[in-house]
Design a protein. Sequence first.
Length: 143
Amino acid sequence: MQEYSIRFEEALALAEYETKQRRILLDYLNAHPDHGFSVEELYDGLLTEHAAGEVPGKSTIYRLIARLVSEGLVKRFAAGSGRMFAYQIVACDAYDAHLHLKCTECGYLYHMDHAVSEQIMREVFSRSEFFAGRERDRAVWCL
């Protein structure tokens, strides 16, 4: 019996630790809503704001970020040459309802006004063979 309770307490402590790591990661992403980060950049950024012992390791960040993407809290997009991915918090309720402009140098993401986005999309669709699927973030835009 004693051995079981120790394992259970260790599991609870581990779950709490994982929750703290998730909170640290989400807080960092929320503090930088207009920027996409690679896992390496997330790790380095977290180290600048937290003690090394509090920062989740890179493998934990990979696991947490995958979970946050599947939960819809974070968006994943190709960065650079397309071999790497960047991750960004979904900072607005209508993330998929408007266009975004992304700086290829620094990763800054500009959320375009919904009305302007609709006007641009109508114009592009009327002059091209492009169309919007059910999920806008899956549409391909050539500029």
